[in-house]
Design a protein around this ligand. Structure first.
Ligand code: F0G
Length: 442
């Protein structure tokens, strides 16, 4: 199989070897794709192979990424694969979310049930495997918390050193605790994610350290399997729409590439629309589209959904391409809408971290504006686990979630309270049987 990197810019398309350590095109600075000379004579046969692997105990077949290896065939040495049985995430039907959004049915694919609790594991198994193929000993990333947790775990499995660059403020403790436990060198950069990203890019350009942010196209190859697995789980019945949160825009980029490749290789006969939802004060992609700007309009991002607090997303051009290919679109939701949608996802017994709830909030908005029809077959991708950011959830249910929480030195400034519309606060009670029975109305 011929594997190579190619610049995504139409007027460049410069080709590089798959083993090149470039993250962007050396000629024009454009983003790179991993490409293959695919030629499937019978896609149904390949689908059956995927299905049969579900009965196998081979570690590659047990992985919800490598099970689909014919569609990510960049690794020619299976002994190098670093896997933790990632993927394999369920698709739930979510009746309360459906009712809340105004849809007849709604399905949630819960990537938060991955080994480290987020969709990043789908990408990291691929990224760390490529690092190993290249002989790298040190890997690095900037992160709002999930990429770093995932990279730290996979690097530990591979016996590599992990260096992570995280913002010194507003990182959810669930995520920080993971990176510390998995032994990563954790650098808290004074500043936000965008500053951390800038630093890690400069450092990895000038050293042998291998960069594992989603600008690395091998990460995105792994994340393609979120779509592939979703379709396999649905017996290859293509949904009308897939809704995904937008932060650094790696996930939406990989969804677009997966859908286009599956369509071109005749695994599917229509493309689901990729709909990206951003927080309304962390919405650089949305603003860029609205102003029809040929360049990204970066911004200082604010949101309590810290995973997507990103103002200068690296993969924005690939995300635009995903929307172009699939006739998708991007929209925004408020902090209040995110918080309430998250509580409703919880009521379905599923739960997620705040960034994931942008999806259900966005669907509700788009049903209201009639962009989405109530009969549409919609899948929302929940990207992170509820336990990543318990503070947010507890504050919401205790009616003490504030939109702006700025922590500077000892000064804590709090503004704009979020209404706890669906609060379920804990009840304080004395250790007294009759009082408890009275509370239970028994
Ligand atoms: N949801 C969660 C839970 C995330 O952690 C992220 C990104 C996103 C959504 C957005 O995905 O960047 O592919 O558009 N988190 C990154 C991190 C940035 O560092 O963990 P995206």
């Amino acid at each position: 199989m011929d594997v190579y990197l190619r610049c995504i810019e139409e007027d460049c398309q410069h080709r590089l070897s798959a083993n090149s350590k470039s993250y962007v095109c050396p000629k024009c600075g454009g983003l790179l794709d991993v490409l293959y000379d695919f030629s499937f004579s019978d896609s149904e046969e390949v689908k059956r192979t995927f299905e049969c692997r579900r009965l196998s105990n081979d570690p590659l077949d047990l992985s919800g990424v490598w099970r689909y290896r014919e569609l990510i065939p960049f690794c020619d040495d299976s002994t190098k694969v670093v896997t933790m049985r990632e993927g394999n995430t369920p698709v739930y039907d979510a009746p309360r979310c459906a009712e809340y959004t105004g849809l007849k049915r709604l399905y949630l694919k819960h990537q938060g049930l991955n080994p480290t609790g987020s969709f990043k594991d789908n990408g990291m198994t691929a990224g760390v495997t490529q690092a190993r193929l290249m002989g790298s000993k040190i890997v690095a990333c900037a992160s709002t918390g999930n990429t770093s947790a995932s990279m730290a775990a996979y690097a530990a499995r591979a016996g590599m050193k992990a260096v992570i660059f995280i913002p010194d403020q507003q990182i959810a403790f669930g995520k920080l605790s993971q990176s510390l436990d998995y032994g990563a060198l954790t650098l808290q950069i004074e500043g936000d994610f965008d500053e951390a990203m800038k630093m890690v890019k400069e450092i990895t350009e000038e050293s042998d350290v291998y960069l594992l942010n989603s600008i690395n196209p091998f990460r995105l190859e792994g994340q393609k399997t979120i779509i592939i697995e979703l379709l396999a789980q649905r017996g290859w019945k293509v949904p009308d729409r897939v809704v995904v949160p937008g932060g650094n825009l790696g996930n939406s980029s990989s969804f677009g590439k997966a859908i286009k490749e599956l369509y071109d290789q005749r695994f599917i006969d229509k493309m689901p629309m990729v709909t990206i939802i951003q927080a309304d004060r962390a919405n650089p992609l949305y603003r860029t589209l609205i102003y029809q700007s040929p360049r990204l309009i970066p911004m200082q991002a604010h949101t309590l959904a810290t995973a997507i607090k990103i103002g200068n997303p690296v993969s924005w051009k690939k995300a635009v391409r995903a929307m172009d290919w699939t006739r998708g679109w991007c929209d925004v939701v408020s902090e209040q809408e995110i918080a309430d949608a998250k509580a409703i996802i919880g009521r379905d017994g599923i739960g997620c971290e705040p960034a994931s709830a942008t999806t259900v909030a966005g669907i509700k908005k788009l049903v209201q504006t009639k962009e989405i029809d109530e009969d549409e077959d919609v899948v929302a991708v929940l990207t992170g686990n509820l336990l990543k950011d318990p503070d947010y959830t507890v504050n919401y249910h205790q009616d003490s979630l504030f939109e702006m929480a700025t922590y500077k030195n000892e000064l804590i400034e709090r503004k704009d309270k979020i209404q706890s519309t669906f609060a379920n606060a804990p009840v304080k009670v004395k250790p007294d049987k009759s009082e408890i029975l009275r509370l239970l109305s028994l």
